[in-house]
Design a protein around this ligand. Structure first.
Ligand code: GDP
Length: 147
């Protein structure tokens, strides 16, 4: 996987529970991203704490960890040129009330916390987050021969 050509996403517990998993994947597909790794899983409390460790000092950390471990998520690695920036544009602002019309968070989020999806904020974090969920044998970049 080349830096800049992939990002990591999670469809968060509320969106999964409300049946928005397939509609969100449809938006991702329509925007030109290829799914090169995907799994449905449920984070333990400790895993959610580790994934969001950067937010440890923020007042909403406890609530966020509780929410993110409250039910299954869909984790995926997405391939596209300029993936990180394009995906952040596709999902929209963290707070859905500030997100632009047509963005995934505008359409599917129910609050700033339960904002439907995660998207990596840098190429460096995309790699860290993809490696958090997937081994090298579970990611199938399109530029490699695997068929
Ligand atoms: P993101 O990169 O757009 O996901 O935003 P951040 O990295 O700033 O925050 C990570 C996640 O924490 C967000 O996606 C939300 O689920 C949650 N979050 C961010 N800000 C708040 C807040 O003010 N209150 C609560 N309860 N959750 C928040």
């Amino acid at each position: 996987m080349k830096p800049g050509e992939f990002t990591f996403t999670m469809i968060k517990p509320t969106a999964v529970k409300l049946g928005k998993l397939v509609p969100i994947l449809h938006e991702i597909d329509e925007a030109g991203f290829s799914v090169i790794a995907m799994k449905m899983t449920r984070l333990s409390r400790a895993q959610a704490e580790r994934f969001y460790a950067i937010h440890k000092e923020r007042p909403f950390f406890e609530e966020l960890v509780f929410f993110m471990s409250s039910g299954p998520v869909l984790a995926a690695v997405l391939q596209k040129e300029n993936a990180v920036e394009d995906y952040r544009n596709l999902i929209g602002n963290t707070n859905p009330s500030d997100a632009k019309d047509g963005t995934i968070r505008k359409k599917f989020a129910i609050s700033v916390q339960e904002n439907a999806v995660h998207g990596s904020d840098s190429d460096e974090n995309a790699l860290i987050e993809a490696n958090f969920f997937f081994s090298q044998f579970e990611i199938y970049p399109h530029d490699e021969e695997y068929c």
